[in-house]
Design a protein around this ligand. Structure first.
Ligand SMILES: [Zn+2]
Length: 337
């Protein structure tokens, strides 16, 4: 860790339905993922690009939460993995599921799996989007001591990032965006012990040590973690800033352009041990978009039983989703910056 006080996301570590906008990419022979995303107006074919749907993202979030807490070695976890794989196969060109069996800090052998997918795999210049899909086994930060052994719903811590990425994948498919995007849903991020860095992000550790493709080297990676809370503030994270300041600059500049400068507050605030650190160590320049309030920390629901659907704000999903989608697709039209 650096001199900056490390926050263990373990510290956190720390995304309705489909608006019927014209989707130029989904024609009469569209794949199964497209049928609800297109419409026809009379005899006119309108080819306007579809936009990020916060309603769709919210549904993706809600579905995850409704499986139950996504704690490894539980039926809810297994069912969620199957659903995630189905969605990735619907929106992406290739999907690689990687089972692994990490040992936790408290000596539990987990039946874990990472899910990796590619959109437009023929494009060599690639952006990796990732989020963890598991949820924490214990609400150890709950204000009520009696609740601290309760598994966390992880509506924000886990499901939000996955939901925004799934919606971006759906949109990339609908719009036929000509960008190289990979998706990684990492498991076993949140079964960690405070003060023990190595106990967190077991899925990202496994991915870094066993990449799913030989020589895998995306240009950049964006981790989304806790991107669906109420009254959010996103500040730049320290390790991200060290690793890829230009990507951070693109993200925060885009957010300001879209009118979100009060939410994407452009300052480096703290260092967070999260999945992105493992990618950075493996040579992948990565940034973490994570809610962190100056002088306060994570969303108050973090690692509490309050991290549930009632404390999700669909507007937060919308803001983060639009920022990330536009950052990705800008590269298509403007080249790399
Ligand atoms: Zn967490």
């Amino acid at each position: 860790m650096n001199s900056i006080s490390a926050i263990f996301k373990s510290a956190v570590h720390a995304l309705p339905f489909i608006s019927m906008i014209f989707a130029g990419g989904c024609g009469a022979h569209a794949s199964s993922g497209c049928e609800s995303d297109s419409a026809a107006v009379g005899e006119t074919t309108v080819a306007a690009a579809a936009t990020f749907s916060a309603d769709s993202a919210y549904q993706f979030l809600k579905t995850q939460v409704e499986f139950g807490a996504r704690v490894p070695n539980t039926p809810a976890h297994k069912a969620t993995a199957q659903w995630l794989e189905t969605k990735l196969r619907q929106y992406c060109d290739t999907v690689i599921v990687t089972p692994f069996k990490p040992l936790t800090f408290d000596n539990v052998r987990l039946d874990a799996r990472n899910l990796f997918a590619q959109i437009n795999p023929g494009i060599s210049d690639r952006t990796l989007l990732l989020a963890h899909w598991d949820s924490r086994p214990w609400a150890d930060k709950d204000p009520d001591p009696a609740m601290r052994d309760t598994p966390v719903d992880g509506a924000n811590d886990g499901a939000s990032g996955v939901a925004v990425i799934l919606e971006i994948a759906r949109l990339l498919r609908v719009n036929r965006d000509n960008v190289g995007v990979d998706i990684l849903f990492v498991d076993a991020e949140d079964w960690g012990s405070e003060g023990d860095d190595d106990s967190w992000a077991l899925g990202a550790q496994h991915f870094a040590q066993h990449p799913p493709l030989d020589g895998y080297a995306p240009r950049e990676a964006i981790l989304l973690d806790m991107v669906g809370g109420k009254n959010p503030v996103f500040t730049r994270e320290y390790f991200s800033q060290q690793s890829n300041p230009r990507l951070n600059q693109r993200i925060w500049r885009k957010a300001a352009e879209l009118g979100y400068a009060d939410i994407f507050v452009d300052r480096v605030e703290t260092a967070v041990t999260d999945d992105h650190v493992r990618l950075i160590e493996a040579g992948i320049p990565a940034v973490d978009i994570i809610e962190y309030h100056p002088g306060q920390g994570f969303n108050p629901t973090w690692h509490t039983t309050g991290d549930n659907l009632q404390n999700i704000d669909i507007n937060t999903l919308d803001i983060v989703g639009n920022v990330v989608y536009q950052v990705i697709t800008d590269r298509q039209s403007n080249g790399n910056k």
